[in-house]
Design a protein around this ligand. Structure first.
Ligand code: SAH
Length: 399
């Protein structure tokens, strides 16, 4: 049935208009001065500026505080299959350097920063896992699926939905799981030549934390001869790299037995690598906050990469206190010459606040210290506006 309603037309308050003009892809409901009618989730809406000229086009969502997700600014564009194909191809091209590194697990599309607001697509070998966080995709899922198949040529495609989409997706006849041919629930892929498994159907996010690839590499380069503690180890990502880098001993610490078992399997998957198979290992199932307080062992390299500690703005202050406590305790466990690698994936804690907290506790430790590196997003996780920048890490050596 063709839609005979007029195209959605939006005008913005000056502040929102300035932000859109400058390239920010989100328009909040409070930024909308007028709209010609109510729209459906996923409808295209055109923003006109104060002189009634085309300013931008985006996807409308009546139920979200982010009412419009901008796709293009400045020049009018027809948003059709050809447009989506071009965005997906741009994203694919950006990842070319990753494919040179014996890596077939990486993010192919990173949401709003790449013209696909509220959609991520991660590749694990032959399997593409698409996760939708916004209902704007439901009315055009068939088209998007075909675009993703054409550009990324996966053998298998898994669709995953954020919790808020379960009901509207079911109403649209869209369901989670393999679409088309059914592959394995657990897929083995390679990251810089190390084999890992990803639980593509049921794991956290799309099954693995692809965003830490570059930091893992940095840890590998620092690990030789060291006694390593990996706090919040999940499936052992940092531990396997540390082992390959020549660590003397690695300890995984996670609260989840599942996570520790996944790490065990990942070590086994890499049995042929003598550095990985011969490293001495321990695993500890515990709450990191309590364990770091109570245990008295010391280490030469500690990685602290907790889950997001601030999912909402009002959790920000609590998250900063938690980063403070965790890393302060980690530093107290570092031997002379020991190294701390501290990461944060909380979007509501800025890099400035996180790095500031770490520098403050480094000073308070009373020990000599020097920063070895600081890092943000890898190339397959581009962040083109401030709210998209969630990942930051700092590496400090202590005397
Ligand atoms: N560093 C990991 C990703 C960490 S994900 C990587 O490189 O892949 C966060 C992990 O923290 C999950 O495995 C979760 O089980 C664990 N976790 C959450 N709360 C915890 C707690 N209080 N103590 C220890 N582990 C915790």
């Amino acid at each position: 049935m063709s839609d005979t309603r007029p195209r959605l037309r939006i005008q913005l308050f000056p502040r929102a208009e300035t932000a859109v003009r400058a390239g920010h892809p989100w328009v909040y409901d409070s930024g909308i001065k007028s709209i010609n009618r109510e729209g459906d989730a996923g409808e295209l809406a055109v923003v006109y500026d104060r002189r009634d000229r085309f300013l931008a086009i985006g996807l409308y969502d009546p139920a979200s505080p982010i009412r419009l997700r901008v796709l293009q600014v400045g020049k009018p564009a027809t948003i059709d299959r050809v447009w989506w194909l071009a965005r997906a191809r741009d994203a694919d091209e950006l990842r070319a350097p990753i494919r040179e590194t014996d890596t077939d697990g990486y993010r192919c599309i990173n949401g709003d920063s790449e013209g696909f607001p509220g959609l991520v697509a991660d590749r694990y070998a032959d399997t593409l896992v698409v996760k939708l966080y916004s209902p704007v995709w439901l009315p055009r899922w068939e088209e998007i699926e075909s675009v993703l198949r054409e550009v990324f040529s996966p053998r298998f495609l898994v669709l995953r939905l954020s919790r808020n989409l379960a009901a509207p997706a079911a109403a649209a006849g869209i369901h989670e799981g393999f679409i088309g041919d059914r592959g394995d629930d657990v897929v083995v892929f390679r990251e810089n030549g190390i084999r890992f498994e990803s639980a593509v159907l049921h794991g956290q996010k799309t099954g693995f934390f692809l965003d830490q690839r570059d930091n893992r590499r940095r840890v590998e380069q620092l690990a030789a001869g060291r006694d390593v503690l990996n706090v919040f180890s999940f499936s052992g990502g940092f531990s396997l790299y540390a082992a390959r880098g020549g660590a003397k001993h690695v300890t995984d610490l996670d609260i989840s037995a599942h996570a520790l078992e996944a790490a065990e399997r990942n070590f086994r998957l890499n049995d042929e690598d003598p550095r990985i198979s011969s490293v001495r290992r321990d695993r500890i199932q515990a709450d990191a906050f309590r364990w770091l307080d109570e245990d008295e062992r010391t280490y030469d390299l500690i990685v602290v990469d907790p889950p997001s500690l601030a999912k909402r703005e009002k959790e920000r202050a609590g998250a900063l206190r938690a980063y403070h406590a965790l890393n302060q305790r980690a530093i107290a466990k570092l031997r002379r010459g020991g190294i701390l690698v501290a990461a944060s994936c909380s979007a509501h804690v800025s890099a400035q606040e996180f790095l500031g907290t770490l520098r403050e506790i480094a000073r308070q430790s009373g020990r000599p210290w020097r920063e070895l590196w600081e890092s943000a997003h890898a190339i397959d996780h581009p962040a083109r506006f401030p709210e998209a920048e969630y990942l930051k890490a700092l590496c400090i050596e202590f005397g």
